[in-house]
Design a protein around this ligand. Structure first.
Ligand SMILES: Cc1cc2nc3c(=O)[nH]c(=O)nc-3n(C[C@H](O)[C@H](O)[C@H](O)COP(=O)(O)OP(=O)(O)OC[C@H]3O[C@@H](n4cnc5c(N)ncnc54)[C@H](O)[C@@H]3O)c2cc1C
Length: 535
C-alpha cells in the first residue's frame, strides 16, 4: 500500500547506510529521529465534512481517504503529514472514471460553492495539490480512474490515454506495440500523464526525447467554462498554440482528461556511461560542447565535486569507492574530480556513433571512463526518492530545487545559489549541506538541480521555519539573478510569489484573464500558480 506520509510503498525499508550516516554526522552533526504522528492519530483530528451533498456516489467523505489526499510531496507537505499538523483536509474526495463524471464533479462544485483540487499522482513538490484553509468546501479530485489507453495510432506514433494513468501502467501497453513514451521523471512510479503535462515536467532523458512540451500532442481539457479539444497537429501556423496554455496550467484552467502523447519506437540500444572529469570547470565545458554539437545523446548529467563525493558516500560501498579513488589517482586525476553520466538511446548504429563522438570530446577534456557505475545508477534511478523517507527517519530534512539559465550565467548563479543556501540556517546555528548537478542541458543553457540537507528540529514548526529560510534564500537569489523560478517542478503555491518577477505585469494580467475565461467562477485549484482565486 502507498505510504500516507512520504514517498512510495509502505513496505519499503530503505535506510541510510553506515557510510551515509557517518558522512551526515561529519557534515551536519548527528540527527535526532523525530516522533511522527500515526495515521490513526491524524484521522482522529479530521473535522466533519462541510459538504451537504457528501453522499453523492462520486464523492467520498471517508476521513482516512481525506487525509491520504490532503497533501502532495513538498517539504511543507511532509512536515504537516509527519507531525499531524495538517491545517486543512479536503471535505470530500471525488473519484471520476469518465469525462462525464468530471463534468458532473464540476457541476457539484458549482452547486455547492466548493473549490476543486485536481490530483494526479499527488507527487507535486511545490504545493500543487495541498488542501489549504478555505472558507469554501474543498473537493480533491483524484483522477486515477481516468486510466485507459483508448487509442494507439502506431503509424503516427500517437497514443491517446486517460490523464490519470501512471508511467508504469502505460509503458507496458506501449511496449507491446514497439513504442515508448520517453518521459521518465524521477517520480515515475507515482506521477500521472496529466500531472506531467499540467506541471510542465521534464524526464531524465529529456536531452534525447524532449520535455513534455515536445511529447504532448493534444487532447481534451474539461474546464468549468466548457470542453476544449486540441488536435494533435504535427505543426500548425494557425495562431498561438493553445496546447501551450494547457502545459503548465497546474489545474487552474480545468481538468486534462484525455492526453495524446507522441511516442517513439523502442530503442534498439540503450547505454549509460560514467566519466570522471578533472574539476567542475572542465566538466561544464565538456557538457556545453557536447550539447552545442548536438551529439545525439539522450542524457548528460554533471555533478559538482560536492555532489560527486556525497553520491559516493551514500552508495555505501566503501571498498568500491576506495577502488575507484585509487583508480583515478593512478590516472593522475585531481581529488575534486566530477562525475558525468552520459546516455545514448535509439538505433544501434546511431547510438554507437553518438557514444563514440562523446568519448572523443570527453577524452579531449581529460575525461576518464569509469567502469560499471553508470549501469548501477541507471538500474536504481527511481530508488533515490525513497532515501528522503530514510533521511527523515535519521533526523535529517532533504529537499531539492531547480532552475535554469544560460551558459554565461551558470557559474555565477550556481555559486550564489549554493552560498545563499549554505548560510540560510545561521540564525539557528545550523548549516545546510548543499550539492548540485546539471541535469537537463540545452544548447543555450542548463538547468541547475540543487539538493540541500539539514538537521530536523525537535519542534516541527521550527523544522518548517528552517526550510522556509532555505527556500526563501534560494528563491530570492534565483529571482535576483534573473533565472527561472522553476525548470520542471512547476509553480504550485511555493513559487507563486516569484512568478510576477518572471512574467512581468502584462504577462501576469494575460494569465489572469486566461484563468477567468476558462474558470469564470474561480472553482479551480485556488492559490496555485497565481496567488489567489484569480491571481
Ligand atoms: C521524488 C520526486 C521526484 C520528482 N522528479 C521529477 C522529475 O524528474 N521531473 C519532473 O518533471 N518532475 C518531478 N517531480 C515533480 C512531480 O512528480 C511532477 O510535477 C509530476 O509531473 C506531477 O505529476 P502528478 O501526477 O503527481 O501530479 P500532481 O502532483 O497530482 O499534480 C501536479 C499539478 O498538476 C495538477 N494536475 C494533475 N493532474 C491534472 C489533470 N489531469 N488535469 C489538470 N491538472 C492536473 C494538480 O492540480 C497540480 O497543480 C518529482 C517529484 C518527486 C516527489
Amino acid at each position: 500500500m502507498r505510504r500516507w506520509n512520504g514517498w512510495g510503498d509502505e513496505a519499503d525499508d530503505t535506510h541510510v547506510g553506515s557510510s551515509g550516516r557517518r558522512y551526515l554526522s561529519k557534515t551536519l552533526g548527528p540527527g535526532t529521529p523525530p516522533r511522527d504522528a500515526t495515521l490513526a492519530q491524524v484521522v482522529a483530528t479530521v473535522p466533519p465534512t462541510r459538504l451537504a451533498d457528501g453522499d453523492d456516489p462520486l464523492l467520498s467523505t471517508d476521513p482516512e481517504l481525506r487525509v491520504r489526499r490532503a497533501r502532495g510531496q513538498s517539504f511543507p507537505d511532509l512536515v504537516a503529514l509527519r507531525s499531524g499538523r495538517l491545517e486543512a483536509v479536503p471535505d470530500a474526495v471525488a473519484r471520476p472514471a469518465t469525462n462525464a463524471d468530471v463534468r458532473r464533479v464540476i457541476d457539484i462544485a458549482r452547486e455547492h460553492a466548493s473549490r476543486l483540487i485536481p490530483y494526479g499522482g499527488g507527487t507535486s513538490v511545490v504545493g500543487g495539490v495541498s488542501a489549504r484553509p478555505s472558507q469554501d468546501p474543498l473537493i480533491t479530485v483524484d483522477l486515477a480512474g481516468l486510466n485507459t489507453v483508448s487509442r494507439v495510432d502506431e503509424r503516427s506514433g500517437l497514443a491517446t490515454v486517460g490523464a490519470g494513468i501512471t508511467g508504469p501502467d502505460l509503458a507496458p501497453e506501449l511496449a507491446a506495440r514497439g513504442l515508448t513514451i520517453g518521459h521518465e521523471p524521477q517520480s515515475w512510479e507515482l506521477a500521472t500523464v496529466g500531472g506531467w503535462v499540467a506541471a510542465r515536467g521534464s524526464g531524465l532523458k529529456s536531452l534525447g526525447m524532449g520535455r513534455i512540451e515536445q511529447l504532448y500532442a493534444g487532447g481534451t481539457l474539461e474546464a468549468p467554462a466548457g470542453a476544449m479539444d486540441m488536435a494533435p497537429y504535427p505543426a500548425s501556423a494557425a495562431g498561438p498554440d493553445l496546447r501551450q496554455l494547457v502545459l503548465g496550467s497546474e489545474g487552474r484552467l480545468g481538468f486534462l482528461t484525455d492526453v495524446i502523447l507522441r511516442t517513439t519506437p523502442l530503442p534498439e540500444a540503450e547505454r549509460m556511461e560514467a566519466w570522471a572529469l578533472p574539476g567542475w570547470g572542465e566538466g561544464q565545458e565538456a557538457v556545453r560542447e557536447l550539447v552545442q554539437a548536438r551529439a545525439g545523446l539522450s542524457l548528460l548529467r554533471l555533478s559538482t565535486p560536492a555532489e560527486t563525493q556525497t553520491l559516493l558516500a551514500f552508495a555505501d560501498r566503501p571498498s568500491q569507492t576506495r577502488l575507484l579513488t585509487t583508480y583515478l589517482r593512478v590516472r593522475r586525476r585531481p581529488s575534486d574530480w566530477v562525475l558525468l553520466l552520459v546516455g545514448v538511446s535509439g538505433r544501434r548504429r546511431i547510438a554507437s556513433a553518438a557514444a563514440a563522438e562523446a568519448a572523443s570530446v570527453l577524452r579531449r577534456h581529460h575525461g576518464t571512463k569509469i567502469p560499471s557505475l553508470a549501469s548501477t545508477w541507471y538500474r536504481t534511478r527511481f530508488r533515490s526518492p525513497y532515501l528522503r523517507n530514510a533521511l527523515w527517519a535519521a533526523g535529517y530534512g532533504s529537499d531539492t530545487l531547480e532552475t535554469a539559465t544560460d551558459w554565461s550565467h551558470v557559474p555565477l548563479l550556481l555559486a550564489r545559489l549554493e552560498a545563499s543556501l549554505a548560510g540560510a540556517l545561521a540564525p539557528w546555528g545550523e548549516r545546510a549541506h548543499v550539492f548540485t548537478h546539471l541535469s537537463h542541458v540545452y544548447p543555450s543553457g542548463s538547468s541547475l538541480y540543487v539538493t540541500y540537507l539539514f538537521r530536523l528540529a525537535t519542534d516541527p514548526d521550527e523544522t518548517l521555519a528552517r526550510w522556509q529560510a532555505l527556500k526563501r534564500a534560494a528563491s530570492d537569489t534565483i529571482s535576483t539573478e534573473g533565472a527561472t523560478i522553476t525548470h520542471h517542478h512547476g509553480v504550485g503555491t511555493d513559487h507563486a510569489p516569484y512568478l510576477a518577477a518572471e512574467k512581468g505585469p502584462l504577462g501576469m494580467a494575460a494569465l489572469q484573464s486566461i484563468v477567468r475565461t476558462f474558470d469564470p467562477e474561480g472553482l479551480m485549484n485556488p492559490g496555485v500558480l497565481l496567488s489567489n482565486r484569480h491571481g
